[in-house]
Write a protein that binds this ligand. Structure first.
Ligand SMILES: Nc1ncnc2c1ncn2[C@@H]1O[C@H](COP(=O)(O)OP(=O)(O)OP(=O)(O)O)[C@@H](O)[C@H]1O
Ligand SMILES: [Mg+2]
Length: 222
C-alpha cells in the first residue's frame, strides 16, 4: 500500500476558542516497504500524524490517499481491519481479558477468519514478541513492558501490510526495546511498511529514514 498525504492540516476543535492547530500543510509519501521513524518534541504533532495515517482520525484539510484512492471514499473500517496494525500510545488492552483474548480480538471483529484459526494466529503473534507463556494472564496483571509487547502482538496478528506504532518501546528496558526493534526490522524485511514514533534516537537510527515533526510541520527528512 502506497500512502500519500497532500497539504494535510489538522485543527482540533476548529472554530472554537480552544482550537489547536496540530498539523499544517504536511506532504508525505510513504511507499510500501518503508521503515520510518517520526521524531519531535512533545506536542509537535506526531501522534496526530500517525492517527491520520492509520485512519483513526480525519484531517481538517488536505488529501490522504492510499494507492491513489482518496481514503475517505474507501471503507476506513475495512482498511484498518485488514491492512493496518496500530500500536497505540495508550496501549489500550482490555485489563479484564487475557492476553490471548486481547490479541485474538482484531481477528474476531469483521474478519472472515475461520474461528479455529484464531487461536493459532494469536499464539504465533505472541511468540513473535516473546509473550506466548503469559497468554493466559489477564492483561491488567502483567508488567508495563509485557503489556506493550502484547499490544504489538495485537497489531501484527492479522499480518497487516502497514504497521504504525506510537512510542512502542517507551515502556521497555533497552534489551527488550532492542528485541522489539529486531522484530519490526524482520516485519519490514517481509515487505511491510513500518512507521514508529519515538523519542529515542537509538531507536530512530534503526529505521531507514527519520522524519522530524516540528510545530505541526515536517521540518526535515533524512
Ligand atoms: N484530542 C485533542 N484535542 C485537542 N487538542 C489535541 C488533542 N490531541 C492532541 N492535541 C494537541 O495537538 C497538538 C499535537 O498533539 P500530538 O498528540 O499529536 O503530539 P505528540 O507529538 O504526539 O506529543 P507526545 O510526544 O507528547 O505524544 C498538541 O498541541 C496537543 O495538545
Ligand atoms: Mg504522541
Amino acid at each position: 500500500m502506497h500512502l500519500k498525504l497532500e497539504n494535510i492540516g489538522k485543527i482540533y476543535n476548529p472554530k472554537t476558542d480552544y482550537a489547536v492547530t496540530a498539523l499544517e500543510d504536511v506532504n508525505l509519501t510513504i511507499p510500501q516497504g518503508s521503515y520510518i521513524a517520526l521524531m519531535g518534541v512533545s506536542g509537535s504533532g506526531k501522534s496526530t500524524l500517525l492517527n491520520i495515517l492509520g485512519c483513526l482520525d480525519e484531517p481538517t484539510s488536505g488529501r490522504y490517499s492510499i494507492d491513489d484512492e482518496s481514503v475517505y471514499r474507501l471503507d476506513v473500517c475495512d482498511i484498518r481491519n485488514r491492512f493496518i496494525g496500530f500500536v497505540l500510545q495508550s496501549i489500550g488492552l482490555l485489563p479484564d481479558k487475557t492476553i490471548l483474548e486481547n490479541v485474538s480480538y482484531p481477528l474476531l471483529v469483521s474478519r472472515d477468519i475461520p474461528y479455529k484459526e484464531v487461536k493459532p494466529m494469536a499464539m504465533k503473534a505472541l511468540e513473535r514478541v516473546g509473550m506466548a507463556e503469559l497468554s493466559h494472564r489477564l492483561a491488567g496483571r502483567v508488567s508495563g513492558g509485557q503489556r506493550q509487547r502484547a499490544a504489538i502482538a495485537r497489531a501484527i496478528v492479522g499480518n497487516p501490510e502497514v504497521i504504525l506504532a506510537d512510542e512502542p518501546t517507551a515502556a521497555l528496558d533497552s534489551k527488550t526495546a532492542g528485541e522489539i526493534m529486531e522484530l519490526f526490522k524482520k516485519l519490514n524485511s517481509e515487505g511491510r511498511t513500518v512507521v514508529i514514533v519515538t523519542h529515542d534516537i537509538k531507536v530512530a537510527e534503526k529505521c531507514n529514514k527519520i522524519i522530524y515533526v516540528h510545530d505541526g510541520k515536517i521540518s526535515e527528512e533524512v
